[in-house]
Design a protein around this ligand. Structure first.
Ligand SMILES: [Zn+2]
Length: 241
């Protein structure tokens, strides 16, 4: 196949554009924010599970506290009733003795229950503190996710702009090259992972970085400049400079 020197030079320019596009696409796919956002989301999920468990624990301790408060109220009410019977002054001496004894027993019970209530209140405070810490951890993670999303969107739109620019350069350049050469280039690109054309630098193909032997180099050098040369090793279109 033959192609003008200008077509061959434009083909190298096309290769530069395509390499820039695929490199930008690679960067887009591998933005560090991808993994960071996934990691933060995983931590959020774990944090939500732990928060739900802490909230359930707090609800349980609050029920214990309410039960304890009712027990204390019941005993306090009974003491008040006994005391009012005492102060009414119409009980027999034996009944009075019984009531006083009952009051003493109830007061001992009241004191025990109040100690228990105090202990449960401390457990409620501790459970509340845990819930608050977990809520603020979760809020922090959600904030981090928002910031990472903004960073990701910024990086993405910058790369998208770069790709759009390169694609418009490509659209302008392609019609300047013979379609036969472009078709060959596209075919080789498909076979070589995106690099279809390379420069011959000295005696080395810039595509596969393999040096030509002297005989092959002489043969290539003797060829007409408009002859389309392919690298014997990688089959890429070799453009001589
Ligand atoms: Zn090569």
């Amino acid at each position: 196949m033959k192609a003008s020197v200008s077509d061959q030079n434009n083909l190298i320019e096309l290769q530069r554009i395509d390499t820039a596009i695929s490199s930008a696409q690679h960067r887009l796919k591998n933005l560090p924010e991808h993994e960071l956002i996934a990691a933060v989301k995983k931590r959020e999920e774990d944090s939500k599970v732990a928060l739900a468990a802490a909230e359930a624990e707090l609800a349980d301790v609050k029920i214990d506290l309410r039960r304890s408060e009712v027990e204390v109220e019941t005993v306090t009410d009974r003491i008040a009733k006994d005391e009012s019977r005492l102060s009414a002054g119409n009980a027999s001496p034996k009944e009075l003795e019984q009531i006083q004894h009952e009051i003493a027993t109830l007061q001992k019970r009241q004191s025990e229950l109040e100690d228990g209530e105090l202990e449960i209140m401390m457990r409620v405070d501790a459970a509340k503190a845990i819930v608050q810490t977990m809520q603020s951890d979760l809020t922090g993670l959600e904030q981090m996710e928002l910031e990472l999303n903004v960073r990701y969107e910024n990086a993405k739109s910058e790369i998208d702009r770069e790709i759009a620019l390169k694609k418009s350069e490509r659209t302008i350049l392609v019609p300047k090259i013979s379609s036969e050469l472009v078709n060959l280039y596209e075919k080789v690109c498909g076979q070589t992972g995106g690099v279809g054309a390379a420069l011959l630098l000295g005696n080395m193909c810039d595509g596969c970085r393999i040096q030509m032997n002297a005989i092959e180099l002489d043969r290539v050098r003797a060829m007409d400049l408009e002859e389309v040369v392919r690298c014997e090793e990688c089959r890429r279109i070799l453009v001589r400079i």
